[in-house]
Write a protein of this length. Structure first.
Length: 177
């Protein structure tokens, strides 16, 4: 065994990536405070061929120094749009035929490992503010609310970590046989 060299990874150029067909996955960021978190979501979205990221409310948008630090150029490869509210972004996703999934701990949420995702489904994931989560009005518009099971003393994850877990789950269901 040996670690792969950079030239062995088969990385796409920015132009090749932009031309690559994306998966029908979208991310809605609802009032995220940290540019570092936004940049991390961009980078994860690039890894999993996310179609688009919506930056809603107070969520910072490029150009932004903290986004640059963590996105490492993914802000140039992932399509993104600034929206006034998460509700506006959710409606746009709905109009495009996406099933909207909120990531939040509620009395009606389904544990991530129990949620059934269709291989050919179009999904938009709504992720909320680092302190307050997804706002109530946006949650009411979601078709499904999921949560990531947590068994420790902390019952929250960093929003960019949570995004990675959920996007991986949705990405991997696209390739199930």
């Amino acid at each position: 065994m040996r670690k792969l060299k950079l030239h062995e990874l088969g990385r796409k150029t920015v132009e090749e990536f932009i031309q690559t067909e994306k998966l029908p996955l979208r991310v809605v960021l609802d009032d995220i405070r940290s540019g570092h978190n936004v940049g991390s979501v961009f980078r994860t979205s690039d890894a999993f061929l996310v179609d688009k990221v919506y930056l809603c409310g107070k969520t910072p948008a490029p150009p932004h120094v903290e986004i640059y630090k963590t996105a490492l150029g993914a802000e140039d490869t992932i399509a993104w749009e600034k929206c006034t509210t998460a509700e506006e972004a959710i409606e746009r996703c709905r109009q495009d035929g996406y099933i909207v999934i909120g990531l939040e701990q509620t009395t009606a949420s389904v544990k991530l490992h129990h949620a059934k995702f269709l291989q050919h489904g179009k999904y938009a994931v709504v992720l909320g503010n680092e302190v307050n989560g997804v706002n109530e009005e946006a949650l009411k518009l979601c078709d499904l609310i999921i949560e990531i099971p947590q068994l420790g003393t902390k019952h929250s994850l960093n929003v960019s970590v949570a995004a990675g877990i959920v996007l991986w789950q949705l990405f991997s269901c696209k390739f199930e046989k």
